[in-house]
Design a protein around this ligand. Structure first.
Ligand SMILES: Nc1ncnc2c1ncn2[C@@H]1O[C@H](COP(=O)(O)OP(=O)(O)OP(=O)(O)O)[C@@H](O)[C@H]1O
Length: 233
């Protein structure tokens, strides 16, 4: 069985009187350590997939397994433990606490997980070893995102889920941030799943899941993923 499986996963929301099918019968598999990009236009259901996989939302129907555990069947308590210990999140907007230093922001995330790594070491890994005591407002956007990446990685999660992590950054900074993210995730053996609008990223992924209107349009296996350095955007 693959490390992550989605089997015919549907998620419906009701917006007042209107029912929305955010995902319909979505099925895919992801292997441990893969770098997977989920691509698709706005409203395609990409964030919904990430939220379901990260245990931030529950399915309407279908089955999700991670490492042979059926997370779509988890109790609320088990889902909370899963979110805390097994999943690291990186969002488009870094969501750092403004009155805590870079180091304190990371330690805050580490405190609620079982098996954290060293926050200082992780800041070194993302190239911010000199900025431990800086507040978010004293850091550039790219630096803040690197703090957010260090925060997610310090939890030592099995899965690293990223939603448009470079969406708020200029292209050069975005590329640097992605290189840091991928390199550290590789070193630590994490499975990295990233939602993006940017098709250029697909060239450096192991697998690309294309979504449209809540469904999987196609899944590409990339034979020779490019190094991020070689991408142009
Ligand atoms: N909590 C919610 N309540 C109601 N509708 C929702 C909710 N979350 C998502 N939806 C709807 O589900 C559909 C899929 O949304 P989703 O955010 O997954 O798309 P997306 O591909 O990530 O889009 P974007 O690229 O714009 O972020 C949209 O029509 C959205 O309005």
């Amino acid at each position: 069985m693959a490390y992550i499986t989605f089997k015919e996963v549907s998620k419906n929301y009701t917006n007042g009187e209107v029912a929305v099918s955010a995902t319909q019968q979505v099925s895919f598999e992801i292997e441990k350590g893969e770098f997977v990009v989920i691509l698709g236009p706005s409203g395609a259901g990409k964030t919904t997939v990430l939220n379901l996989l990260g245990g931030m939302d529950t399915t309407s129907s279908g089955k999700i397994t991670v490492d042979n555990q059926e997370i779509s069947n988890f109790s609320k308590k088990k889902l909370t433990d899963y979110r805390r210990n097994d999943v690291g999140f990186v969002f488009q907007f870094y969501n750092l606490v403004p009155n805590l230093t870079a180091l304190e922001n990371i330690e805050l995330g580490a405190e609620i997980s079982n098996n954290p790594l060293s926050a200082t070491e992780m800041l070194n890994k993302v190239g911010l070893g000199e900025r431990l005591q800086s507040f978010p407002g004293q850091l550039s956007g790219g630096e803040q995102q690197r703090v957010a990446i260090a925060r997610a990685l310090t939890k030592n999660p099995r899965l690293l889920l990223c939603d448009e992590p470079t969406g708020a950054l200029d292209s050069k900074t975005g590329k640097n941030v992605m290189m840091v993210l991928k390199e550290v995730a590789n070193q630590l053996g994490h499975t990295l799943i990233m939602v993006t609008h940017n098709p250029e990223f697909a060239k450096s992924a192991d697998k690309v899941i294309h979504m449209q209107n809540g469904r999987i349009k196609k899944i590409d296996i990339v034979e020779n993923p490019l190094h991020l350095e070689a991408l142009e955007w």
